[in-house]
Design a protein around this ligand. Structure first.
Ligand code: GDP
Ligand code: IMO
Ligand code: MG
Length: 443
């Protein structure tokens, strides 16, 4: 039995959905541990596009149980919209497939409202959030005002909790010129959700313990990316949850020793949505070319993603804070045809070379990236089925990245489909049953 944690190492959208879906056949359970429907994970199966937000990316494999942990914030409306969209595409997402933790916090109608107010107040310094109410729901969790999925089991408790939250929110709304919350209307809406969500609710830490005792394999799924982590990301331009590896233990109720390996996903270049420092950002034609070739538009908000070269300082940092064992490198096919591919190998600040990734965003904003320019590869990567099929210059690019971030690459993704994947020999041995993964990808 081996449990693997899979997470993003940049500012999100690294291709977690593709890699989690690809590896799922080797796992019995896929358990997401943080975030909410701010995430957007695109998975392609046989030319069909499926976009997931809240539901784990293992859902397309009928034999796998998908778990939504206590570390998430859940909008019931968004959840059932996704269940409906999946159903329309022939994917069952009923309670036999999904377990929702009773400890997960609910996104309430006032959360997106307060988020818009706070983004407007910040003006030019806005974070550029997805405006899904994610941040305010986590704020209420920390303020001990949150309403949890388990509270839906008793409607009197639910009514009382909504009234308590309204008593805290209404004075603020009054100052902002907004009407008070309609407690009865909100109660009726959530009482309706209570009935529908009931069958999905589970004691997730207990369920995971039972599954592990049976010797089942669990894939822990991160959303967003390490550089968007509330503690270790580019604060304050981050999301409001622990997307780094530590979040898996708190966000699911498992001990740290339940995690046997960590696979970090990184694009062969860098992207970012929303505001915040981005040292290797390309504001020129090259950036626009990468965006166009990589189809870099957000799966959740449709916003254009900012693009730049691979930042080895940032990814090396992400390897450290997550204890990454192996890397999955995605989207190098997008870079095919560039004569030269620069990689950021260091930062200079006020004339001095920094030791690593600075925790202060105002330092990161002013660093000058130092580049090592590597030869590009004119050949397309599409169709490569093994390491021997990869162009020489690209193999050298991978070798240099491995040296710079001090971590080996185990998987190279060369396209959106499951079969467009190259496994580098033996690199995931003991962590993933690759025979099962390969067989499913080829099917
Ligand atoms: P996630 O949020 O990390 O799951 O990533 P997204 O799904 O938001 O964004 C990644 C995008 O890149 C999706 O549209 C994927 O279909 C696509 N993608 C994933 N891997 C590859 C790859 O190796 N090559 C190309 N060209 N596209 C990829
Ligand atoms: P996946 O899982 C990329 C960004 C937002 C904003 C910041 C805070 O698809 O990789 P939030 O709504 O979370 O409070 O916004 O975080 N952000 C993402 N960027 N991919 C995501 O998810 C993101 N989820 C949040 O753009 O900058
Ligand atoms: Mg995404």
């Amino acid at each position: 039995m081996a449990n693997l944690l899979v997470l993003g190492m940049q500012w999100g959208d690294e291709g977690k959905g593709k890699i989690v879906d690809l590896l799922t056949p080797a796992f019995d359970v896929v358990a997401r541990y943080q975030g909410g429907h701010n995430a957007g994970h695109t998975v392609w199966v046989g030319g069909r596009k499926i976009v997931l937000h809240l539901i784990p990316s293992g859902i397309l494999h009928p034999g796998t149980l998908c778990v939504i942990g206590n570390g998430l914030v859940v909008s019931p409306a968004a959840f059932f919209k996704e269940v409906g969209d999946l159903g329309a595409q022939g994917v069952s997402a009923g309670p036999e497939r999904i377990a929702l933790s009773r400890g997960a916090h609910l996104i309430m109608p006032w959360h997106p409202m307060t988020e818009r107010l706070s983004e407007d107040r910040r003006g030019a310094k806005r974070i550029g959030t997805t405006c899904r109410g994610i941040g305010p729901a986590y704020e209420d969790k920390a303020a001990r005002l949150g309403i949890r999925a388990g509270d839906l089991a008793d409607l009197e408790v639910l009514r009382e909790k909504i009234a308590e939250a309204a008593a805290a929110k209404d004075p603020v709304f009054r100052v902002c010129g907004l009407p008070p919350l309609d407690i009865e209307a909100i109660f009726r809406e959530y009482a309706g959700w209570a009935e529908k969500l009931g069958p999905y609710l589970r004691d997730v830490p207990l369920l995971l313990e039972e599954r592990m005792k049976l010797g089942q394999n669990i894939l822990f799924e991160g959303a967003q990316g390490a550089l968007l982590d509330l503690d270790h990301g580019t604060y304050p331009y981050v999301t409001s949850s622990s997307s780094t590896a530590g979040g898996a233990a708190t966000g699911l109720g498992v001990g740290p020793r339940a995690i046997h390996g960590v696979l970090g996903i990184t694009k062969a270049y860098t992207t970012r949505v929303g505001s915040g420092p981005f040292p290797t950002e390309l504001l020129d034609e090259t950036g626009r070319t990468i965006a166009k070739r990589g189809d870099e538009y957000g799966a959740t908000t449709g916003r254009a993603r900012r693009c730049g070269w691979f930042d080895a300082v940032a990814v090396r940092y992400a390897c450290r804070v997550n204890g990454v064992d192996r890397i999955a490198l995605t989207k190098p096919d997008v870079l095919a045809g560039f004569a030269e591919v620069p990689v950021c190998v260091g930062y200079r600040y006020k004339g001095e070379r920094l030791k690593g990734f600075p925790p202060e965003p105002w330092v990161l904003e002013r660093v000058e990236p130092e580049y090592r320019v590597l030869p590009g590869w004119p050949e397309s990567l599409h169709g490569a089925s093994g390491p021997e099929g990869l162009p020489k210059a690209f193999a050298e690019y991978v070798r240099v990245l491995e040296d710079l971030v001090e971590t080996r690459v185990a998987i190279v993704s060369t396209g959106v489909e499951r079969a467009e994947t190259v496994f580098l020999d033996g690199a995931l041995a003991g962590l993933v049953d690759l025979a099962r993964v390969r067989a499913a990808a080829a099917a």
